[in-house]
Design a protein around this ligand. Structure first.
Ligand code: WTA
Length: 646
């Protein structure tokens, strides 16, 4: 609950910040009063256009119609690379820190540009052009950024699938977006463990006839299968390709990428982002939220498979001509000081990670942190889930030595960029609060009747007007887009999150209000996991809920009803865990499986998840109203057999 501490803006940060408190107030007010004027200026400042737009924005939430900078033309890759060549061609663009602490590489803007152009030509040689979908299933290696930018250069739409996803998850995403070409690697390397990407891809592709070419990066050199006529070595193809590749001039509203995320129903949603508004917002938020100054070393630990990796590892920083660091490994290998060793090795100034990582490292003690210097650090950030004040304080005092403001950035795959966040030079910090809305973001809290709560209060978080990086649709399913985000509260974009606003206007995100879990900052739909479980021949029914977990934020608690006559066993339990892991990916592995005779249902047959959540969390004295249950004895039994979790 309310955390009383407030940390003022450190004077040395305020002194050179792009945005101080005064400027935040004036600019924020202006962004709402004169959105067209405000966003025109930002679009001019942050992006190089081939042709100027005719209309700044045109939106109607009733139809989920959102358009920005129409008539404008630009290329995202040119904005990330070409336009920097004259001024900073020999500056480092990307630092790659490999899984192996002894290996890192630097790429200048010129080198990155050359690589991107070569790959773009390879894509063209394989018949990929504007509007075609390319799937990227890669580990955290430079080729992942190169692949995204190469697609952007020729107007192809990339769909990056997180390397930790299974063959089945990959297949579903390839099919949904009807991808033509896949870029993958032989294996990924994380903490010296091998991830069989090519083997997964081979399995997925046995059901994806639309994929005609697979470019394979050689990362580990491990043994892999090979399909002649389809598989091509990446290094051979780019070596043979030209470095000359004129960019495709895109309409502001042409798609840039699709990124799949979980919703409250089983099928993942292909969130579609377009070019102009997204790029303006990515560059602007990256500069202001991290208070990025020229020459600083910036490190976002997110995987390119998530939206954070898109906006704040690749597009935002490169659009600003920044030095962006990409890390292939894990925070605890070879030892739990890896993050801080990398900070010292590359003199990182700005560090952006997830609360789950902070909690995991906190648990291992201060010594791993304190044996490193970290003097280079200036700004810290978090994203992905609410950060508990205890973890915040540890991050602030131990990691940042009370010198570095923490930006707790609230946003979503669908929002494209930061929405509610402190600005380092402007916002006094309250541990656990994402603070104030970013420029142009009109965030409101709605009560259960959908009415706006003025002033302090708690309810669901919604956004009242369009912003440039807002998702435009779900690929191939505009109806679902409309229904998920705009129908629940007409006139608003519904975030799916609950929030509280305090007396000072600070927002405190309370977590999802729908059936979406947030496990270690990864979004997972309960329905996705349930449908994996019921594939097992022994399972009659399954219900999945989240429960509070010390490190992951939320853990996965599964209730399983077996088919008539079958008995629970440890082997069955193992099989079910294995099944989910195979179907979705290791991130979705259940923490707890409770076998049950029945689930609490209303007389109309609806599962009362609220009760299942309470039981999983151990809040059995506080089950709320159970009078509508068809069979109250079911609850007694579930409580009796509940498994201590967390
Ligand atoms: C949660 C990640 C509290 C939230 C960028 C949101 C957060 C979901 C924060 C989106 C934060 C993200 N504080 N909660 N700073 N950041 N979330 O699409 O529930 O992977 O709806 O985007 O993560 O997750 P997604």
């Amino acid at each position: 609950m309310p955390h009383e501490k407030v940390y003022p803006v450190p004077p040395q940060i305020a002194a050179r910040a792009h945005i101080d408190a005064e400027r935040y107030r004036t600019l924020y007010a202006r962004s709402l009063q004169d959105p067209d004027g405000f966003w025109s200026e930002q679009a001019e400042r942050f992006i190089t256009w081939d042709r100027r737009w005719e209309q700044v924005c045109d939106w109607d939430f009733q139809r989920a119609h959102i358009r920005w900078f129409e008539g404008g033309r630009l290329n995202a890759c040119v904005n990330c690379l070409d336009r920097h060549l004259d001024t900073r061609g020999d500056q480092t663009a990307l630092i790659w820190e490999s899984d192996d602490p002894a290996v890192s590489r630097r790429f200048t803007y010129r080198e990155l540009h050359a690589q991107v152009c070569r790959l773009a030509n390879v894509l063209k040689n394989h018949g990929i052009g504007k509007g075609d979908r390319v799937c990227i299933y890669l580990p955290m290696i430079p080729e992942a950024a190169v692949a995204m930018l190469a697609c952007a250069r020729i107007g192809a739409i990339h769909s990056v699938v997180f390397g930790g996803f299974s063959a089945e998850a990959l297949r579903d995403r390839i099919l949904d977006a009807d991808c033509r070409l896949l870029i993958t690697a032989d294996e990924g390397l994380r903490g010296a463990k091998h991830v069989p990407l090519k083997a997964n891809a081979d399995q997925a592709l046995s059901e994806c006839p639309g994929i005609r070419t697979v470019l394979v990066v050689r990362r580990s050199g491990g043994e892999i299968g090979w399909t002649e006529g389809r598989d091509v070595w990446y290094h051979e193809a780019v070596a043979a390709a030209s470095e000359d590749c004129p960019p495709e001039s895109m309409e502001a509203e042409d798609p840039l990428f699709i990124l799949y995320t979980s919703g409250s129903t089983g099928k993942p949603k292909g969130v579609l982002h377009t070019t102009g508004g997204y790029m303006v917002y990515a560059a602007m938020t990256h500069k202001y939220v991290f208070d990025y100054h020229d020459g600083e070393i910036y490190w976002c630990t997110a995987d390119v498979g998530w939206v954070t990796g898109h906006t704040y590892l690749v597009y935002g920083p490169l659009a600003n001509g920044a030095v962006t660091l990409m890390f292939e490994g894990v925070p605890t290998w070879p030892e739990p000081d890896r993050f801080w060793q990398v900070v010292d090795k590359h003199q990182v100034n700005i560090f952006y990670t997830a609360p789950t990582a902070i909690r995991a490292l906190m648990r291992l003690g201060e010594d791993y942190v304190k044996r490193t210097s970290r003097r280079s650090l200036r700004i810290l950030g978090t994203v992905g889930e609410p950060i508990n004040p205890e973890a915040w304080e540890w991050y602030y005092h131990v990691v940042g030595e009370e010198r570095c403001p923490i930006v707790d950035t609230w946003w979503q795959t669908e929002t494209g960029g930061h929405m509610i966040t402190p600005l380092p030079g402007a916002t006094p910090l309250k541990p656990g609060s994402a603070a104030w809305p970013f420029f142009g973001v009109e965030a409101v809290i709605l009560d259960d009747k959908g009415k706006e709560i003025e002033g302090p209060g708690e309810g669901v978080l919604a956004i009242k007007r369009a912003w440039p990086a807002q998702a435009r649709t779900l690929y191939g399913n505009h109806q679902r887009f409309l229904e998920t985000y705009f129908k629940p509260y007409p006139g608003y974009y519904f975030t799916g999150d609950g929030a509280r606003r305090d007396e000072d206007g600070y927002f405190w995100i309370t977590g999802r209000v729908d059936d979406v879990l947030n496990v270690s900052g990864h979004r997972l739909g309960t329905a996705e996991i349930e449908s994996a479980l019921v594939e097992h021949p022994a399972v009659a029914e399954a219900a999945v809920v989240g429960f509070p977990h010390d490190i992951k934020g939320q853990g996965i608690y599964v209730y399983v009803i077996l088919k008539e006559g079958l008995q629970p066993s440890e082997e069955l339990q193992r099989e079910l865990i294995e099944l989910v892991s195979r179907d979705i990916g290791p991130i979705a592995k259940p923490d707890v499986i409770q076998f049950a005779r029945d689930l609490p249902k209303t007389r109309s047959g609806k599962i009362m998840r609220r009760i299942l959540r309470k039981i999983a969390a151990g809040q059995i004295d506080d089950l709320g109203d159970t009078s509508t249950l068809a069979d109250p004895s079911v609850v007694e039994e579930l409580i009796h057999n509940r498994i201590q979790a967390g």
